[in-house]
Each structure stands twice: as C-alpha cells, then as structure tokens.
Design a protein around this ligand. Sequence first.
Ligand SMILES: NC(=O)c1ccc[n+]([C@@H]2O[C@H](COP(=O)([O-])OP(=O)(O)OC[C@H]3O[C@@H](n4cnc5c(N)ncnc54)[C@H](OP(=O)(O)O)[C@@H]3O)[C@@H](O)[C@H]2O)c1
Length: 346
Amino acid sequence: MEALVCREIGDPTLPLSNSSPLLLSRSHPLPELNSPTAVRVRICATSLNFANYLQILGKYQEKHPLPFIPGSDYSGVVDSVGERVSKFRVGDRVCSMASLGSFAEMIVSDEKDLYLVPDGCDLVEAGALPVAFGTSHVALVHRAQLKAGQVLLVLGAAGGVGISAVQIGKVCGAVVIAVVRGSEKQKLLQSMGVDHVVDSNKENLIENVKQYLKKQKLRGVDVLYDPVGGRLMKDSMKLLNWGAQILVIGFASGEVPVIPANIALVKNWTVHGLYWGSYRTHQPKILEDSLMELLSWLSKGLITIHISHSYSLSEANLAFGAIQDRKAIGKVMIVLQKKSGPKSKL
Ligand SMILES: NC(=O)c1ccc[n+]([C@@H]2O[C@H](COP(=O)([O-])OP(=O)(O)OC[C@H]3O[C@@H](n4cnc5c(N)ncnc54)[C@H](OP(=O)(O)O)[C@@H]3O)[C@@H](O)[C@H]2O)c1
C-alpha cells in the first residue's frame, strides 16, 4: 500500500525526495489484524492537525521513534474485521483517531475506537471532525460547561480547532467573539453567524472587544479558548470577567503564555489545561460520548466542516505548507479516495 513515512525529523513542507524528512512509500506492508477485535479500515480522508506538523518538526510533546507514519484522525470504509468484532461489518463507513499511522491507504484499529459515520454525512468531512471538534467539545462542554448567554472569546478562530470552537459556542447559545488575522477569514466567520469578529491585523484587540462589549451591555469575557498563546493571549486576559475560565489549548504562536497566579486569585479565574488525546487513556467514556454527540450534530446540520485545502498523499508537503503559512481556514485534508468535484488548492 501507499504510506507517507517520516524517516527523520525535519521540515515537512520540503518537496518529497530522498533528502526530505517525509518519503512516499509505494509498497509499504499492509497492516495486519492484530487482535480478535481489530478492524482494518481503507482510509478515505485524513486530516492535518498542527500537532502532526509539530511532530515531524520534532517539537511536539510526544516523541515517536523513527521511522513512523504520521497522521491522527481519519475516515474510511471497513475492509476486514477480526473474528470477535461485533459492532462493524465490511463496508461500514467509520471515522476515528489514532496516535499515528493515518497517512496511509490502510490502518488497523480496535473496534472500540471506531465510530459509525451517520448516513447523509460526507465521509471526507467526517475525517476532519475527531481531533478539532473533539478538542473544542470536551473543552467547552465538558470542562468549561459553557452556558447560553455567556461570552466566549476564541483566538485563532479560523484554524482547525478555532472554527470548531466558535460553532460549538453558538450551539451552546453563547455570545461568540472570534479573533482572526485577515479579511478572508473575517468574512467567513461573519457569514457563519459569529456575533463579533476581530481582524487582529487591523484592529487593536482590547479596544475593539471592549467597545463591542459596552455596546452590547456585556461586562466581559466569561470563557477564553486559546489555541494560540503569546501576545494575543496576554491581551485577552485584560478582557476577562471575575470568575472567568481560561481554556489552554495550544501555542500556535510558538510562545507559551504566562498566566499570573496573583491575578487568577484576585479575579477567581479557573485555568483548564486540556490535552484531548490523553482522555483516551484517562477518561475514554467522555471522549466517546463527545464524539457521538458531535457526529449527531453533524448529521443534523448543527455544525459544518470547512475544508479550505485538500491534497493527495504525494502532495503532503503542500498540505503542511498551508498550515505553516497560516492559510488554512478550517481544515486541511489529505484525500486518498477521490470523489468527483473540483479540488481546492493554494
Ligand atoms: N490541547 C489539545 O488537545 C489540542 C488539540 C488540537 C490542537 N491543539 C493545538 O491547538 C493549536 C491550533 O491547532 P490547529 O490544528 O487548529 O492549527 P491551525 O489550523 O493551523 O490553526 C492555528 C491558528 O492559529 C493562528 N496563529 C497565530 N499565530 C500563529 C503562528 N505563529 N503560526 C501559525 N498559526 C498561528 C492562525 O490564525 P491567524 O493566522 O488567523 O492568526 C491559525 O489559524 C496548536 O498549537 C495545536 O497543537 C491542541
């Protein structure tokens, strides 16, 4: 089968060649069913997350021995099942997330980690859902318990996790303020019904949001969703209410922010560190319930998946380029089983 192999740590945006960190293997061994409850899935689509980019650069919190096949969330069709598999049959449409291995034609998973994609849901879109929407759902619904009428501020709001956070915020009935860079991202979020969108390229975040809150007779921000860190996060703290919650999601800016404990004390803030992938080990039921709810929301049209770029496996370096250059709006996908229709590219 075809598989993208990371054979050394380096820049994943380099064109695939004998000297690049990523190599397209065209005769990689097929993964075998490794237990009676194992399921082999023929991958239709797999998503790029910022974490996959950091992994190949060698900057992610979890380090994997080389060589490895990168990739985490994916969708596809069941190709074969172990003798004790009870939930799935060959031909079922499924989605899931792995710690590694989805940048390939086939992957093997235990049946407990697979989710049936509801009829009517697009299979490529289902492959974009688990990590991005799963992270935002666990953060906002399970951890922050976001309520209708609360003010949610989302940084990096046009990125993979950001665009899912604004949508989940709206489903919860929150007043959602989104922070993005550039007018294209701003227009898309406005068209999605976000209450207020700030273009951080043009506007002063603090002044702009304060004016909006005053106009709406709102006191401040109740929940801050932060996948960016750095300066944006530092400024955002000036907008938080007494009793606010901070969701620490990631550091796309490359700068880990400092949250002063004395101010957290005085203002009664709660800081939630959230590592979604670790729920698989520590609280798998929460993750399972969360993904089931998200798939049901997707089938009802309560949330939508935005895919700005899709590529083939052999174009993976271009896909990583879209992430690196902050061009992604929503998700960047690698599509292995072609569907009809135009392909979007940079
Ligand atoms: N905690 C968890 O379990 C978890 C799960 C998933 C993701 N994450 C983390 O969340 C972060 C975002 O992930 P993602 O997959 O949503 O990435 P993404 O799609 O690339 O989005 C990142 C967003 O951050 C903004 N950004 C600001 N400064 C940036 C910089 N210097 N470089 C790149 N982007 C920058 C960009 O928006 P503008 O250009 O509009 O500013 C971009 O849209 C990453 O740090 C990732 O590791 C954490």
